[in-house]
Design a protein around this ligand. Structure first.
Ligand code: PRX
Length: 644
């Protein structure tokens, strides 16, 4: 089996996992006593015995304009439908309903800028800003079903723009602010967005990023955008194109930006957002989520896993531009009426104390981040966090890639002081929310996401679909549908079927694209991707996208990209390029700059090597396994299928 798998376990990692399988950490009694879910097994069994009844019960915790006729419709599988016939809008549950209660005066968002600026928004204030923004979008001609691309840094307007779009029934497509021209242009074009919301610039490590310039170039390349709405963040000079570009603050000052805006009544299955993510081949896929099932799934899972309470100050340190931010900065916490914290900058700027200082300052109770950030901060040593009072923390979280036991132990001991359980949440852009994750009551093993949440039937299977034996690597599959699942790939239903359902879809199983193993206790250990996706510092990148950025340089005829293990980032990008004959050879640095300009800093290869041939199969597929072995100085294995 392992021959087919992309991310194979190295001997060192395998030994680490085997040791960690025997290391169990029990949750403190007070955490267990306070937890929303006290009995995993009975909840899990309730879902197995009556999946529809189980989710109906969870959905009843939210408000609906009209009830559903059927909880789950499998008749068009794999195009599953949830809460069929129900009328709703996620913004009703995230904002409107709180405004009728005492929560209107509760803080929804606490925000700190990289430059130390500070802003808070109560539910009432956020609701008002969303209404004004929604009216501005309407004045630009945005209607139900239209797409709005949002491209900016981690500032409150990003959240306001998402909610405003959803409120009027339009579909948002947030593009991470760290992406660059070509990546943005591709995503605008695929979604055919009418409006682009951006900012003049963003702050990054004390410098400004020229977001508006990148946006201008992307709009020029893609050609669908009618209007660009610009948030003033840095105050840097930008070009504004008359009658196409508008400053948000100018429009907010006009009578069109009224504080009143009705929430559009949507069908449960109407699209809420498109979020692009990398897959096996070609361009990024637009993963589509809908209003009804998604709202039930993200709020339920957040309540269970991070045990959200009214007194919490919850900090998900991801970017709203990724699914983690969509589900667990924006929609999940707002639906639960929680107070969230968001920070504009990175963890170590200007000093590695930045995060710890803010945990102390704001009394953060839950911190949810990625292994790469933990490993990065760990490198600076314990003295940085030890200078701060972190006693407000009660739960920690990890997401985005497997967490190595060493980083887990550091996080647990140094940040959580051995009293904050770590929720290692396995999920994907496609799943909408947490799938395999501990609950605060779960005994933990460092590096394992533990068990599937109630309502999720997960398994590790071999090529034929048989469940693997303990500690045997196999395909991670989900055997029953769940409300937060993606509904399709935007504009490409065939790709949806092909990507997720071609292998085991005849059995009704979703293929996650990860390899995993289960230990003797039934705990799941996710190993890594089985496709051409590389996880770099938790970011999901497709080899095809980076390769196409490389070959868009005139001096590159062909390119192949692989991921190689990296101590901090999990994987680093290693590129092999065949130079184009007759064109002067660029330096490695020049090519890196080119990728940075086209794709963004996250996609820049750590190494670029020039080669005269690339190992390919007879059918012309690049043998990444051979390249990986070469890059790691390992034996190249069986080359019998190599091109003659
Ligand atoms: O390989 C798995 C890894 O991230 C992939 C999903 O990436 P993305 O869609 O960008 O979503 C990331 C945030 C939800 C998965 O297929 N992954 C995510 N969480 C974990 C993980 N691998 C191991 N352990 C995790 N906790």
């Amino acid at each position: 089996m392992s021959d087919h798998l992309h991310d194979e376990l190295t001997k060192e990692r395998e030994a680490e996992i085997l040791a960690a399988e025997r290391e169990v950490y029990y949750p403190p009694a007070e955490v267990v006593a306070a937890a929303h879910v006290k009995d995993y097994q009975s909840l899990y069994e309730q879902a197995v015995n009556d999946l529809e009844g189980f989710w109906a019960e969870r959905a009843q915790e939210l408000e609906w304009y009209a009830p559903w006729e059927k909880v789950l419709d499998e008749s068009k599988a794999p195009f599953y439908q949830w809460f069929v016939g129900a009328k709703t809008n996620i913004v009703h549950n995230a904002l409107d309903r709180h405004l009728k209660t005492w929560r209107r005066n509760k803080l929804a968002l606490i925000w700190e800028g990289e430059n130390g600026e500070h802003r808070t928004l109560s539910y009432f204030a956020l609701g008002r800003e969303v209404n004004k923004f929604a009216n501005v979008l309407k004045s630009m001609g945005v209607r139900k079903g239209d797409r709005v691309t949002i491209y900016m840094g981690r500032i409150p307007e990003l959240i306001i723009a998402m909610l405003a779009t959803a409120k009027i029934g339009a579909i948002h497509s947030v593009v991470y602010g760290g992406f660059s021209t070509e990546a943005l242009a591709d995503r605008i074009e695929d979604a055919r967005s009418k409006v682009l919301v951006t900012a003049d610039g963003g702050w990054l490590r004390g410098k400004t990023v020229n977001l508006k310039d990148i946006a201008d170039e992307a709009v020029r390349r893609s050609g669908y955008v009618e209007h660009v709405l610009v948030v003033k963040r840095t105050g840097q000079p930008v070009n504004m194109q008359t009658s196409r570009d508008f400053w948000l603050h100018d429009l907010l000052a006009l009578p069109i930006a009224s504080q009143k805006c009705d929430t559009e009544v949507m069908d449960a299955e109407d699209p809420l957002f498109i979020l692009y993510t990398s897959g096996t081949t070609g361009r990024p896929k637009g993963v589509l989520h809908t209003h009804g099932g998604y709202q039930v799934y993200v709020s339920t899972t957040l309540k269970w896993v991070f045990d959200i309470k009214d007194e919490d100050r919850y900090w998900c340190a991801a970017d709203p531009g990724w699914i983690t931010g969509h589900s667990y900065i924006v929609y999940g916490p707002l639906i639960l009426g929680a107070t969230s914290f968001m920070y504009e900058g990175g963890p170590d700027y200007p000093f590695p104390n930045r995060w710890w200082q803010m945990i102390e300052k704001y009394g953060i109770t839950v911190l949810y981040t990625a292994p790469t950030a933990i490993r990065g901060l760990m490198r600076y040593g314990e003295s940085w966090p030890n200078r701060y009072d972190l006693s407000s923390l009660r739960l920690l979280g990890s997401v985005g890639e497997p967490i190595n036991p060493e980083a887990w132990r550091w996080y647990y001991r140094v940040i959580g002081k051995e009293r904050c359980p770590i929720m290692d949440t396995w999920w994907q852009t496609e799943t909408g929310g947490f799938m395999i994750s501990p609950l605060p009551i779960t005994p933990l093993k460092p590096g394992s996401a533990t068990r599937p949440l109630p309502g999720i039937v997960a398994d590790v299977v071999d090529e034929e679909g048989n469940s693997c034996k303990p500690n045997e690597d196999g395909y991670l599959v989900i055997k029953r549908p769940w409300p937060g699942m993606l509904r399709t790939v935007y504009g490409d239903p065939d790709r949806y079927v092909q990507q997720y359902w071609s292998k085991f879809g005849h059995k009704g199983w979703y293929l996650a694209g990860d390899s995993a193993r289960r230990d003797e206790d039934g705990y799941i250990w996710v190993i890594g991707r089985i496709d051409d996706v590389i996880k770099v510092a938790g970011y999901r990148l497709g080899t095809a996208e980076i390769e196409s950025a490389l070959v868009s340089h005139p001096a590159v005829a062909e390119a192949a990209v692989i991921g190689v293990p990296d101590e901090i980032k999990g994987h680093a990008i290693h590129a092999f390029c065949i130079p184009r004959a007759g064109v002067p050879l660029p330096t490695e640095e020049e090519l890196k700059q080119h990728v940075r300009k086209e794709m963004g800093p996250i996609a820049v290869p750590a190494r670029i090597e020039f080669v005269s041939v690339l190992p390919k199969t007879r059918s012309g597929k690049i043998m990444r396994r051979v390249l990986r072995a070469r890059a790691l100085g390992q034996p190249e294995g069986d080359l019998s299928t190599l091109e003659a």
